[in-house]
Write a protein that binds this ligand. Structure first.
Ligand SMILES: *Cc1c(COP(=O)(O)O)cnc(C)c1O
Length: 370
């Protein structure tokens, strides 16, 4: 097998563009022993809330905890149902189960791969408490439609923005539609820490207080525990790294959009390849650039032989995972996602890719099709 010419991710390339800032940010945290909580965590929370135009940002351990903290603080638990998409990372549904509630999956919109808003109402029951859309691959779900449904049935709207930092719909940012929204700063995300990290944003003062309490052992001041909570902290080194990177996210997202445009320009000439559709009025951030192909596994293998790494997000949609076999779902229950999971392939899309890299990937892809 040939050596990898284009890796799927290249986190080192980004580090090298910011090395002095990042090294000094990390060294400062060590010098000040500001390891947990403290100055840099507050600094990041304030900057993120400001950049996002929201009142509160609560840092936490990771993007999975972020969802769990929101759902628990909304009082969701045993006997409740939460509606979510059939295609996401398992964190989205796992956290619903962790609260004691039941995840109720909805098929995807086959053009945009986010929850199909037209199929949601059929799944609403007396037990439904919330809708949890995911802005998958960096493209937002149909938020105006989902917002209307939430208003009509008095349901909480919680957005999983782990793949959509600063994506927009009608000029409004992902994460500002629902009562609270969650972010992951896992290293490979559009804004990535140097380890695990996450955050929640909200404009609701009472909910913000509850979430902060729950994430920190139920205490807001030392040894005063109002409730039982969990330990989910953003650490100082991660916060300092995130502070150093935050001013650059918009330009990285712009580079991702430019890369996506190049791909789409070249790949839409190939009749076997379906390129991503962008919703009208949407400004996606292309956490992933996902195409659909016949013979996906064979194409992926051939690309790797030519030195191009790709991935599949995700090979098994949640309803068909062994973890959810107890729900007894069949392919006919979710026809769009069943078909999608066999055809999708994620191509490298990180901001540091050059025009030549993308051209190379496209020509390799073309030659791998037959
Ligand atoms: C990454 C991700 C998460 C979980 O984030 P972690 O920080 O890894 O816990 C949740 N939802 C989606 C859609 C993700 O992509």
């Amino acid at each position: 097998m040939n050596a990898v010419k284009i890796p799927f991710l290249n986190l080192r390339a980004q580090y090298l563009t910011l090395k002095p800032e990042i090294d000094s940010a990390i060294q400062t945290v060590i010098d000040e022993t500001a390891f947990v909580g403290g100055k840099y965590v507050s600094q990041f929370e304030t900057s993120y809330a400001q950049t996002y135009g929201v009142k509160h940002c609560i840092g936490c351990g990771n993007g999975t905890d972020a969802i769990y903290i929101v759902l628990k603080s909304l009082g969701i638990g045993p006997g409740d149902e939460v509606i979510t998409t059939a295609m996401s990372w398992i964190a989205t549904s796992e956290t619903i189960t962790q609260t004691g509630a039941t995840p109720v999956f909805v098929d995807i919109d086959p053009e945009h791969y986010t929850i199909d808003a037209d199929l949601i109402e059929k799944k609403i029951t007396q037990k439904t408490r919330a809708i949890l859309p995911v802005h998958l691959y960096g493209q937002m779900a149909d938020m105006p439609k989902i917002q209307k449904i939430c208003e009509k049935y008095k349901l909480y709207l919680v957005e999983d923005c782990a793949q959509a930092h600063f994506a927009e719909f009608n000029g409004k940012k992902a994460g500002t539609f629902g009562i609270a929204s969650t972010f992951s700063f896992y290293p490979g995300k559009n804004l990535g820490a140097y380890g695990d990290a996450g955050a929640i944003v909200t404009n609701d003062d009472a909910l913000a207080r509850k979430m902060r309490l729950f994430a920190h052992h139920g205490m807001l001041s030392k040894h005063h525990h109002e409730i039982e909570g969990i330990n989910s902290r953003l650490d100082g080194i991660q916060a300092a790294v995130l502070c150093a990177k935050l001013p650059h996210v918009e330009s990285w997202n712009q580079r991702r959009r430019e890369n996506a445009e190049l791909y789409t320009q070249w790949l839409s000439k190939l009749s076997e390849v379906k390129v991503p559709e962008i919703r009208p009025h949407a400004k996606p951030v292309f956490h992933l650039y996902v195409v659909r192909l016949p013979n996906r596994d064979q194409v992926q293998k051939r690309l790797l032989e030519k030195g191009v790494e790709t991935q599949v997000h995700y090979p098994t949609a949640m309803p068909f995972m062994p973890a959810y076999s107890y729900l007894n779902h069949k392919p006919e229950d979710f026809p769009s996602v069943w078909k999608m999971q066999q055809e999708i392939l994620s191509l490298p899309i990180y901001p540091e890719l050059s025009r030549d890299d993308i051209q190379f990937i496209c020509s390799c892809l073309k030659n791998s099709l037959s």
